[in-house]
Every structure is written in C-alpha cells, then in structure tokens.
Write a protein that binds this ligand. Structure first.
Ligand SMILES: [Mg+2]
Length: 142
C-alpha cells in the first residue's frame, strides 16, 4: 500500500502489503468511463479483474469470482440492472464486499441510498485521477 500524502497517492496504492495487486471488478455501461477508470487504476498498481457492461453481468461475475475480487466500482445508471440493485445483490453474496459507487453529479439521493446499503464510498464523474485514487485508497485502508 502506498500512502496518501498531501492529497496524492504516493507510490503504488493499488498494491497490497504482500506485494500483490488489488483486483478490481469495474461495472459500468460506458466503455469510455470503464477504460478511463482502468487506466487510472492500472497506473497505480491495481489489476483489473473484469469489466462488466451492466449490473446483471457484474453480478454474475461477482458471484463466480468474488473470492478473487478486492474491490468493485459500481456505476449507478446502467441498463438491465442498475447499480443500486446490483449493489444489494453483491452485499447479499458477501457482506464484507468493498464497493465504490461511481456517480454522475446530482445523484445525491442514490449515493446516500447506496451507502446505507453498504457501499464504502463514491466517486463523482467526470473522473479526476488523484481524487479517484485517494478515495479508493481510503476505503481499502479501513
Ligand atoms: Mg452509466
């Protein structure tokens, strides 16, 4: 684990104390956001386990692979199954799941609801590299 110094992630915040990367499942229907998120995370040592284009696929992947997934980033607005429903089902599979919601501006009610369901935090689009890494590092430290 790198450390957060003066609002920046110094070193590789995506690497665990044992030297292995945190494995991330990205659930997002926007290929652009998914790519941006993966680039940000990979640049800090994380490994992308899978990218799922909606909540239904994300849930299937999580069900199969949750033992090898350290973190889920979950978009809120998606077809087939939205992020709130997928979050509920993920938490039912693993009550210790670490889920970071990814929200558009102005979705405060959805964000509050997801935190009450068990999400550990949220990041707001448009994505800012440093903010994304700091927020993720802080929920992984808990
Ligand atoms: Mg979306």
């Amino acid at each position: 684990m790198g450390e957060v110094v003066k609002g920046q992630c110094k070193g590789m915040c995506g690497v665990k104390a044992n030297g292995k990367p945190y494995r991330v499942l990205i659930v997002d229907d926007s290929a652009f956001i998914a790519k941006q998120l993966s680039q940000i995370l990979i640049s800090d040592g994380f490994e992308i386990a899978r990218i799922a284009p909606n909540g239904a696929v994300g849930l299937e992947v999580y069900k199969e692979e949750f033992q090898n997934i350290d973190l889920v980033t979950m978009d809120i607005t998606m077809p087939k199954m939205d992020g709130i429903s997928a979050l509920e089902k993920v938490m039912a599979i693993n009550k210790n799941a670490v889920v970071m919601m990814v929200s558009a501006l102005g979705k405060e009610d959805m964000v509050k609801r997801s935190i009450s369901i068990g999400a550990k935090g949220f990041i707001v689009k448009p994505l800012d590299r440093d903010k994304v890494l700091i927020r993720i590092a802080s929920i992984l430290e808990d």
